[in-house]
Design a protein around this ligand. Sequence first.
Ligand code: AMP
Length: 208
Amino acid sequence: MKIVLIGPPGSGKGSQSSLIEKAYNLPHISTGNMFRSIMKEKSFLGRKVRGYMDNHQLVPDEVAIEVVEKHLSKPKFKNGFILDGYPRTLKQAQELDKLFNIDVAILLDIKTDEIIRRIQARMICSNCGEIYNTNFFKGKFCLLCGNSLVQRKDDKVDIVLKRVNDYKSQTLPVVDYYSKQNRLKVINENCSIEKTFNYVKNFLEKVK
Ligand code: AMP
C-alpha cells in the first residue's frame, strides 16, 4: 500500500504514521524529520535547506521533489510506504503520481484552536524525532533512544499560525487534487490517537 497523510501542523500525522508503520509493516517517511536531519549536514544542500527551515518556509519544490524521489527509489519502498508531510504542494503531488500509484490520501482535518492546544503539549526527541505529549508523558528522555526531548523551534504559537496559513494556501490544493480523483479519505473529528487510528484502519482495510 502506498499511503499519503495530509493535515495541518499538529494534526497527528506523525503519530498515525508510526501506528500504521507498526500495524502494516510499511516504511514511514517523515519529510519534516528528513529535512531536519539534512539541515544539520555541512553540505551545500544542508545549508540551503537550513535557510528555508530557519525561516519556517517550505523547502522549494525542486529541492523537495529531488530529495524525496531519490529516497523513495530505495528498494525498501518498492512495495509500499507511508508519506507523512509529503506531498505538500500541487506540484509535489503531480510529480509523485508520475512515479507511484498512491492508493489513498488520508486527511487529518482539525481546527486551528485545537492545533494550538496540541502543539503546546508537543515535545519531540532531539535524535529520532519520536513525538510525545506532555499531558500524558512527564519524562525528559526518549523512550526509544534515550536522547533528550525538546520543543520544536517552529512549535511557537506565532510560527504555528504562519504554518497553518501556509498549509491553507499551499497544501489545500493537494487535498482538492486527491478529492477530485476519489482517493481522499477525511477524518474531521477531533478525537484521541487510538480512535483516529481506528478510522485509519477502516480506510486501509478497504484498500488492501
Ligand atoms: P514538518 O515536521 O512536517 O512540519 O516539516 C518541517 C519543515 O520541513 C517544514 O516547515 C518545511 O520547511 C520542511 N518540509 C517538510 N516537508 C516538506 C515538503 N513536502 N515540502 C517542502 N518542505 C517540507
